[in-house]
Write a protein that binds this ligand. Sequence first.
Ligand code: 15L
Length: 311
Amino acid sequence: MKTVLLTGAGGSVGTFLRNELNGKYNLRLSDIKPIKQLAPGEMFVAGDIGRLADMLRVTEGVDAIIHLGGFAVEGPWDIILRSNIIGLYNVYEAARINGVKRILFATSNHAMGFYRRDQKIDHRTYPKPDSRYGVSKVFGEQLGSLYADKYGMEIFCIRIGNAATMPADKRRLSIWVSPRDLAQLVQIGIDHPDIRFEIVYGVSGNRRSWYDNSNAERLGYRPQDDAEQYATEVLAREKPVQDERSELHQGGNFVSAEIGGDPSRVTPKVNAKQAAAKSKAKKAVKATKAAKPKAKNSVKPKAKKAVKKKR
Ligand code: 15L
């Protein structure tokens, strides 16, 4: 039986995969914090992906690595740099030194988050990350490409949508992946004999999908689930649209967090309309102000609250 290492095994995706892969592989679980309850066939090795020495110890003698470790949402640059750039480099480099050829990299839909929802994208579409987190995922994919071409490693990148027992909201109806579908993809990544460098979308067979996942299908992926079965329930509790730009793009609120610059460069169609509406509104405000006498003690508007990121 193959021995498979899971970095970041203590997280939610790690927990789903532990359940699904149990009995199929010997699982070596690694995380910075101890995982206390182990099932038969599992062992735990502590390790910090920020330290190459730890990763050399943790990756020794395994047949494949599922790299889940790192920071799983948008965060400050120093955290992204340590966990998702340096940490990822350490995992790849330790694998190369230890002769572990196969790495499955848990990349994310946020590598592509600035694509609009009315666009269908595939594994050949160029990245458009929506955050520093998304950029770190593109970095991981590209480091994988380098290690495949330069060192003959076998890299399988799964751009995970949202792994959960059921889709949480309307956006997730398009990107949801059930634990068993994700596990099916992971098994393809571990066992397929002919992998050099591949990108697949980690999504179930969702009717509302934004992805052409033909590359996964070519490798044998046959998803069992479709988020549509939850659609009525999910849509009934959907809140009204808060932010047009989040609604327009695949990355959702990762797109609108800390937004600045010239929005028309991102979404020409809709923003052309928005810009026209905005300038009309501005003119209307100016006209009202000109008509009213100025108040003496006018109070400055409070700074807008920073956008809070949801997982
Ligand atoms: C991700 O990449 C995150 O790791 C996860 O927590 C969710 O935010 C997911 O994307 C998503 O887009 O729903």
